[in-house]
Ligand binder design. Structure first.
Ligand SMILES: Nc1ncnc2c1ncn2[C@@H]1O[C@H](COP(=O)(O)OP(=O)(O)OP(=O)(O)O)[C@@H](O)[C@H]1O
Length: 294
């Protein structure tokens, strides 16, 4: 299951196009394997792509690069959204929603949800805002410091989705939603993308109830695509018992990933992402563990 990679002159046909992307979190040149290795793919406008991959596969890194949160200057690398180079001329209309937002002390302060949403222009998108408040069951009178993690996540989603985005990058932000809210939200996003031709890339570990959502599915392993974004449903995925097709495909891929990783470990190749020193914090004491893998 592969996809032809567009040539540079063709990339304007695509809403997102990535060519020759290799990225290392450690820019100092230390001997750490890159988080992304020679990534190439292109997504047409209006597609909804699910990224599947084990922990550490590179999904968040890819989304962060697309979101303009990481800088890279390397000749030959070309990462574009809406035909704009994300490192030099970041496009408008792109929304990124990731998990770290909820940890920010600002959104844990004593601020009322209505004031919070108004402070970022909620009144300009009143119709969509009210629809999202209903879908996500958010109360405008909540105080941000006195709500649960799932409730705070719902406020984040109202905030991020109330404007009309063209490209939406979601990094595992539905994980703490209850099943009903998640289902309603996915329906809203699918309809929105169909009606407005908006494009979604969504990294998740929760596959239940997702079969009807994507137009494409991709599988990442150790910083590369094992399966580039490919039209979904795949004809050859067999449902396993009561499991949905996407769940079955993901389970199979993750088993293969685990076997592959264990094979590398047996060969003595270092685990990707592992550091020669690891630090654990207990209270305000930091314990350094030398070479945690040995
Ligand atoms: N800030 C960072 N500094 C150094 N290395 C990092 C950093 N963030 C991620 N990495 C490394 O980059 C690789 C890819 O991580 P990434 O977070 O992109 O994976 P992921 O597929 O999103 O994983 P998960 O499913 O756990 O969220 C891993 O080896 C990880 O250890």
């Amino acid at each position: 299951m592969t996809q032809d990679i567009p040539q540079a002159e063709e990339s304007s046909k695509y809403e997102i196009s990535v060519q020759n992307l290799t990225y290392s979190h450690n820019q100092s040149g230390a001997n750490v394997e890159p988080a992304l290795i020679d990534i190439n793919f292109a997504l047409p406008k209006g597609t909804r792509t699910i990224l599947v991959g084990a922990n550490g596969a590179g999904k968040s890194t890819l989304l962060q690069i697309l979101a303009g949160k990481r800088l890279l200057t390397k000749s030959g690398t070309d990462v574009r959204i809406k035909e704009r180079d994300v490192f030099r001329q970041y496009p408008s209309g792109v929304t990124f929603l990731g998990t770290e937002w909820a940890m920010n002390p600002v959104v844990r302060g004593d601020i009322v949800v209505s004031d919070f949403l108004n402070s970022i222009g909620g009144y300009r998108h009143k119709e969509r805002r009210d629809k999202l408040l209903d879908i996500l069951d958010v109360d405008l009178d909540w105080h941000m410091h006195a709500i649960s993690d799932g409730e705070r996540r719902r406020v984040q989603l109202v905030m991020g989705l109330m404007g009309e985005w063209d490209v939406l990058l979601l990094d595992e932000v539905t994980v703490d939603l209850d099943v009903l809210v998640r289902d309603d939200l996915l329906r809203f996003l699918k309809k929105d993308s169909e009606e407005r031709g908006a494009t979604i890339v969504y990294a998740t570990h929760i596959f239940d109830g997702l079969d009807g959502f994507p137009t494409h599915v991709a599988h990442m392993r150790l910083g590369t695509f094992v399966t580039a974004p490919t039209p979904w449903p795949f004809p050859d995925v067999i449902t396993n018992g009561t499991a949905t097709r996407l769940y079955s495909a993901a389970l199979q891929w993750l088993r293969e990933d685990r076997d592959h990783r264990r094979g590398l470990e047996v060969q003595g190749r270092k685990k990707r992402g592992a550091k020669s020193q690891e630090k654990l914090s207990i209270g305000n004491m930091i314990i350094v563990i030398e070479d945690p893998l040995t």
